[in-house]
Design a protein around this ligand. Structure first.
Ligand SMILES: Nc1nc2c(ncn2[C@@H]2O[C@H](COP(=O)(O)OP(=O)(O)OP(=O)(O)O)[C@@H](O)[C@H]2O)c(=O)[nH]1
Ligand SMILES: [Mg+2]
Length: 697
């Protein structure tokens, strides 16, 4: 929300009111169903407990899922025997194939080495025959034509044997190949069978009990889901809320929306210890509980005792040490939430779930775990031992009794808490930010105005001093020049002419010097005025950033309280408006008129001295006449210059008043904002009182 002008501020404040009414009241408008939000750290077991209650209390959507599961199960025609047979078939086909393959490779290498050995023996024998023939005499070689040597005959026999061995081996390996092929086929068929079953199991898993329960990874539940239950008391809803302390940023809106809607909150924890406090400015679980659950009228802690082994279910599920820790937890929670905190209830969610779950994926982990528990205890016993029986009785009895009145109380409390927090936040913004800002702006404005007024006074004083100074220079220069002429014993006519021409020559110089010094003092003024305005502009910007950190608290979620003051000060522009044109009123033409007046004055002086002849006396008279005339002229110049300057200064003063009004603009804007916020507080207080009256009606 941006307040720029007072009017806009008032309009925004009105909008602010309506929004608050809507945001805080309508979002809590769950009036028919008693709603319990399951709140707590990720993996604490919120979804497990809700799933258990859904099954145990036969929640409608759970019943529908279970019916779908039963139908799918019947369609699948799955029995333990078919599954086990398929598993065994695959196992034995795999084993046979593996055994065959290793035997096959052993046989291959044996046959190869046997054939290699025979090959080598035959080659050696043939080599022997060649060497015998080469070493034999002519007659011996002739006899070999009739009967080959024994070695040659042996070689022939060996070659025939090798050939037959090779044929036998090839036949043998061909039959092994066929066996290999059929074993591979058998394994593939067993795999296909099992895959078909697994596919059926996957389909079943979609309807199985426990689908909403996480797999042990954080942040399993991402969106709040409501499950509705009908009881003798009427309808109630359980909200399965995403967990805190995981990737909280991603789910925090869902968490807050859910607790805002709820009439009671179950804080689920798997640790029998008070929630952790934050460190080094970071919010711990405890601070979050305080912040998130502060406007709840009923908060319970549900301690989910983690149990994986049926042996742990003998006797009480909470040890003495754990009970002592739970007592500390109760005390800490009561300290944070006051009378709205109820107490801790213990439940062992996992065994409770396993006890009541009926539709579990066959042969899966859950089914195996259930098996572990149900072989040790009956379902009824497990429901009792896990604390589920007592817990669901507590919900349906104590917690739901008289729930319409509880809903009313919870909704009204939340509405008034919301409104009161908003009122406090607006008051805080007003007192801690807006009011100090206005005060500081006032101080800065006063300082800037004083600085400008001071600069104007200084301008006047500087101008007078500078003009006096220049006139003194003029006087002494004119006097020196005319005295020198007088000392030459000139006639009165010459004296008159000389004085006139000296004055006419000196006056334009004086004019130039006065104009120049006027420019210098105006320039000095210009600089100080600009500095004053720029300082003010900078100060308002700094003040804005110091006080602009509006702590809107809870309002921040719905409102962006961004108040901007544009002080609209353009120092350079304002300064030129201040003295722009002031120097134009300077009228150099005035000096000619002054000079013309000299002659008239001189004529009188001349008359006064004409009858005197003494030269000394004449010179004395001429000096006096010169002094008088120079003085008269100076006085004329001074009064003309000072009236010109005071006209200019008056004009500046007029503009200064306009500037002063624009310096007050930020103060005016912020005062309007403050008034608008004050009005908001009044109307929100009236609304809060009206809600309270309704609540107790
Ligand atoms: N051993 C054991 N495991 C449990 C118990 N309760 C829950 N779990 C396991 O803890 C994991 C998380 O449980 P959920 O119920 O999904 O936890 P959650 O609080 O809903 O978690 P988020 O949805 O991430 O906020 C699952 O793997 C559960 O099986 C218990 O009592 N004993
Ligand atoms: Mg969950």
């Amino acid at each position: 929300m941006i307040f720029r002008t007072g009017e806009k501020a008032a309009r925004d404040a009105e909008f602010f009111n309506t929004l608050l009414e809507r945001a805080e009241l309508e979002s809590n408008a769950e009036w028919d169903e008693f709603t319990i939000a399951f709140y707590g750290e990720t993996n604490a077991g919120k979804s497990t407990i809700i799933e258990t209650l859904r099954i145990h209390l036969a929640e409608a959507s759970k019943r529908a899922e279970q019916n779908a599961f039963i139908t799918e199960m019947a369609k699948a025609g799955l029995s333990k025997a078919t599954f086990e047979n398929a598993q065994h078939a695959l196992e034995s086909a795999s084993q046979q194939l593996t055994a065959f393959e290793s035997d096959f490779s052993a046989r291959t290498s044996t046959s190869k080495s046997e054939l290699d050995a025979l090959d080598r023996a035959l080659a050696a024998q043939q080599q022997l025959v060649v060497s015998i023939k080469a070493a034999a005499s002519f007659w011996k070689r002739m006899s070999f034509l009739i009967r080959a040597p024994k070695e040659a005959r042996d070689a022939k026999q060996m070659a025939a044997q090798l050939q037959s061995k090779k044929i036998d081996t090839a036949c043998y390996f061909e039959s092994l190949g066929q066996q290999h092929h059929s074993l591979k086929n058998a394994k593939a068929a067993a795999e296909e069978l099992l895959e078909g079953i697994t596919h059926k199991l996957d389909t079943l898993a979609q309807f199985a009990d426990g689908r909403i329960i996480g797999d042990g990874h954080s942040d399993f539940t991402r969106e709040t889901r409501a499950y509705r239950f009908g009881t003798g008391h009427g309808m109630f809803a359980l909200l399965d809320v995403p967990g805190i302390e995981g990737k909280e940023q991603a789910v925090i809106d869902e968490v807050l929306k859910a607790v805002q809607k709820a009439h009671a909150v179950f804080y689920i924890t798997s640790k029998a210890a008070p929630p952790q406090k934050g460190e080094k400015g970071q919010s711990g679980t405890l601070e979050k509980i305080k912040a998130h659950l502060n406007d709840q009228t009923e908060v319970w802690t549900i301690f989910n005792k983690r149990i994986t082994n049926p042996m742990q279910l003998n006797g009480k599920i909470v040890s003495e040490d754990e009970q002592a820790s739970l007592n500390t937890l109760d005390a800490e929670m009561r300290k944070q939430l006051g009378k709205n905190y109820a107490a801790a209830i213990t439940v062992a969610a996992r065994p409770a779930f396993l006890a009541v779950a009926q539709c579990l994926v066959p042969f899966g982990q859950d089914e195996k775990n259930k098996e572990k528990f149900v072989t040790k205890f009956s379902t009824e016993k497990l429901i009792e031992l896990s604390g589920l029986a007592a817990f669901s009785q507590k919900i349906c009895g104590e917690i739901l009794t008289g729930f319409p009145a509880k809903i009313r109380k919870a909704n009204f409390t939340k509405a008034t808490t919301g409104l009161n927090e908003s009122i406090l936040a607006i008051k805080g913004v007003r007192e801690r930010s807006i009011e100090p800002l206005i005060e500081s702006l006032r101080k800065s404005e006063a300082a800037a105005s004083a600085q400008l007024a001071g600069a104007l006074e200084e301008l006047n004083a500087d101008f007078v001093a500078e003009t006096d100074n220049q006139i003194e220079i003029f006087k002494s220069s004119a006097r020196q020049k005319i005295y020198r002429m007088i000392d030459r014993d000139i006639s009165n006519d010459d004296f008159k002419d000389a004085l006139e021409s000296i004055l006419k020559a000196e006056l334009p110089d004086l004019n130039t010097r006065i104009t120049q010094s006027a420019e210098t003092v105006f320039d000095k003024f210009k600089k100080s005025a600009k500095r004053a305005l720029e300082d003010y502009k900078r100060q308002t910007a700094e003040l804005q950033s110091i006080h602009g950190q509006f702590d809107g608290g809870r309002l921040h979620s719905s409102f962006n309280l961004n108040i901007k003051i544009d002080n609209g000060i353009n120092a350079a522009g304002l300064v030129s408006a201040l003295i722009g044109g002031a120097l134009l009123w300077w009228n150099p033409g005035g000096w000619v008129i002054i000079a013309a007046g000299v002659a008239t004055t001189l004529a009188g002086a001349y008359k006064a001295v004409r009858s005197f002849f003494s030269s000394d006396y004449k010179r004395q008279q001429q000096r006096e006449a010169a002094d008088k005339n120079i003085s008269n002229v100076s006085w004329e110049v001074e009064s003309s210059a000072s009236s010109t300057a005071s006209d200019a200064i008056d004009k500046i003063r007029e503009h200064l008043q306009e500037t002063a009004a624009s310096l007050k603009e930020p103060i005016h804007t912020m005062t309007m904002v403050s008034v608008a916020l004050g009005d908001s507080v009044k109307s929100l207080t009236a609304l809060s009182n009206a809600v309270q009256t309704q609540a107790t009606a």
